[in-house]
Design a binder for this molecule. Sequence first.
Ligand SMILES: *Cc1c(COP(=O)(O)O)cnc(C)c1O
Length: 621
Amino acid sequence: MLWARPVAYFSAEFGFHESIPIYSGGLGILAGDHIKAASDLGIPLVGIGLYYDQGYFKQRLDRDGRQREDYIEVDSGLLPLQPAFTGNGDPVTVTVETRTGAIAARVWKLTVGRNTVLLLDSDVDGNQPEDRELTARLYGGDERVRIRQELILGVGGVRALMALGISPGVAHLNEGHSAFAGLELARHRMAREGIGADEAMRRIAAQVVFTTHTPVPAGHDRFSADLIDEHLGPLREALGLDHDQLMAWGREHPADPSEAFCMTVLALRISRRANAVSSVHGHVTRAMWAPLFPGWAEERVPIGHITNGVHVRTWLAPQMHRLYDRHLGPEWPRRCAEPGCWEAIENVDAGELWETHQTLRTRLIGFARRRAVRCAERRGEGTDVLNQLRQSLSLDAMTIGFARRIVTYKRANLILQDIDLIASLVNDAQVPIQFVFAGKAHPRDEPGKDVLQQVARLMRDPRFAGKVLFVEDYDIDVGRHLVQGVDVWLNTPRRPLEASGSSGQKVVLNGGLNLSVLDGWWAEAYDGLNGFAIGAGETHTPTELHDRRDGEALARVLRDEVVPLFYDRDRDGLPRGWIARMKRAIRTLGWRFSADRMVTDYVLTSYIPAAGGTSSDMSRF
Ligand SMILES: *Cc1c(COP(=O)(O)O)cnc(C)c1O
């Protein structure tokens, strides 16, 4: 049943490779890793997304450390994309009607391993000029652009599948952006089975799986009644619903006319299986959406969790891959979700593991220096600055990495809370530390840009010059170098706002250690010996107190635990205690936070039941 019909996996972004600019951050990387792991595991799955020819944006910093954005059009002819053709050999075009005209989109096909991803692109002849631009940029427009993008993704996505003769057995909505797909699926179901809209929605819900990623209410897409009517009016009429009936599907309180239409609410109502992306995030999500399930105790709200994982071979350095080939057996990539597969790491010679890791640190530092010099040249910096950058960072110092979307809750600037202590650690001649930062702030996020600037300015602070580098234009390429080369990966979200996080999982595979707030995946991963914790999982309101406490805890754990262990060397120069932690991290976390484990969890707990589900058990609605 499941295998006869594929899973349709909808996502507004996909991060497969730096050359295909259709991702901005964790959500997209997760989607890309999901598709790759599904291919490895032989799970038939079709991805549905949008083709953004200008992608997110290219970042550069001005002399004052302020972010500037450039948009560059990628030539689709250079990408591994093909137009999708129908059985008759015609290129597939889908059309979605709105009250103010129809929007057409062509469909690109991208092959990822054994699976296909369909990418809708509104830059076609016949569209209004504004609509040709609709899919140009990821997260680039206002509300109106956004609802139109989501209309193409959800409704257009289902139509693209139908045009290609693909009849999915399960629809998986990765975040609420694509939830309009449910309405279009219901329309087909009505026509096919001669039922009303409400019954059709109930029936399709059995086959819809929804993953939510956003732990704050403000982060969920909401659209006004006007925007909904303009864009969903024609589809609503085809469903035989009046305006209030449709709005009710997207409202927490269906009869409250003042409430906007929330995509997450729609997604929860049209899916029978919903999940958060870590255990902590599961608790937060159930509390947040409990009002949708009146009469249910909060802990029984039917939203579970499947913790994110990463595609091992995408993020693993070739040097570490070869080390695993030598010690874990030739079959290890296929068995990477099995705990037993990783046990042999304990037998690896400490010197061999350490040397491999040092090679990767050296590679990272070379990469960071080269990019810093190139960016400084472009800014027209003088020779002094360039020479200083060429010699920045030490090949042997403990290297701490931080690369993320720069948004205030992730607190890239947490080290500023106790900057004097951090400065003393950086300048310790015997046991120095150094930092490599990267990350983009959303173009309209001024507070995020302020945080970024605070960090970038450290490069000009005499106490930190040459010991902190900000690598511009964070993307998959930068991320790969960082997660493969750091000794320590710093993660400082304001708990409980990090739904999962996944970059730290990439670090583990490459022998780095996490130093993280106990939030997201790390709250369930940390066992006291496989990395380091900042604090003990507290949350404080007010925010200033919370940040001060966490900042102090960070500086303290660095000084008292992390630095001493890193520099505690034996007669061979090896940090035995540190290497023991590296091995423990790899052994205890490598399998658990792999995308193979994650996709297997989706298959067993969501896809198979959804594919075989019947419509009789509808207790949730
Ligand atoms: C892994 C990755 C992310 C997600 O990392 P988080 O830990 O979830 O913040 C974002 N961007 C890039 C380029 C990545 O490789």
